[in-house]
Ligand binder design. Sequence first.
Ligand SMILES: CC(C)(COP(=O)(O)OP(=O)(O)OC[C@H]1O[C@@H](n2cnc3c(N)ncnc32)[C@H](O)[C@@H]1OP(=O)(O)O)[C@@H](O)C(=O)NCCC(=O)NCCS
Length: 163
Amino acid sequence: MKAHQDVAFVQLDANLAALAATWASSAADVALFAGPSLSWPLGVEQMLTVVRQQRRNVQVLLVDGLPVAMGSVQPVPGAVRIGWVLVDPLRRGQGWGRLIFDHLLALASSDPHAELVTLGVYEQNLVARSLYLGLGFTDTDTRRVLSVDDTDWVSVEMEYRPG
Ligand SMILES: CC(C)(COP(=O)(O)OP(=O)(O)OC[C@H]1O[C@@H](n2cnc3c(N)ncnc32)[C@H](O)[C@@H]1OP(=O)(O)O)[C@@H](O)C(=O)NCCC(=O)NCCS
């Protein structure tokens, strides 16, 4: 982030969902950020329906008024879960992933019921893995397998204890 850039976080709405949907361009892209919770092709209706059904608070990072990244927090039994972490492919590697994730983690940690913050990340996703490990998330023993394009993708469950 540069000093003169204006950053803000806003809730996902239909217009922002339409834009964020363009950040994934294949079934593999969708699986990478959303696991089985969304399917290809992404659409506004699908995204907003899942948001409601899964009680996701989806935050969008605006930089100088333009959407650059998003991510969600949602209540799950015994924890708050972070998901849907996605940066505009043209803006990756510039610190925006860390910024949206810091915001999501602060939101999740401020929930009075949040003794635990959880997430799932695919083993091969080294960029995301390194981000989460660097912020104090640790691997659990739980793994989940999702078939993506006829290949088994193994997701690692990670957790973080606020405070
Ligand atoms: C994963 C993702 C959210 C990271 O966002 P980003 O804006 O590209 O990453 P940032 O520039 O904020 O970097 C954050 C950290 O990621 C790691 N990282 C970033 N680029 C990297 C690279 N090319 N190689 C290795 N690690 C990298 C570093 O640990 C970095 O930490 P640092 O700030 O200490 O250097 C983004 O790449 C993305 O949207 N990927 C596709 C969807 C996805 O994988 N979502 C996560 C699902 S669990």
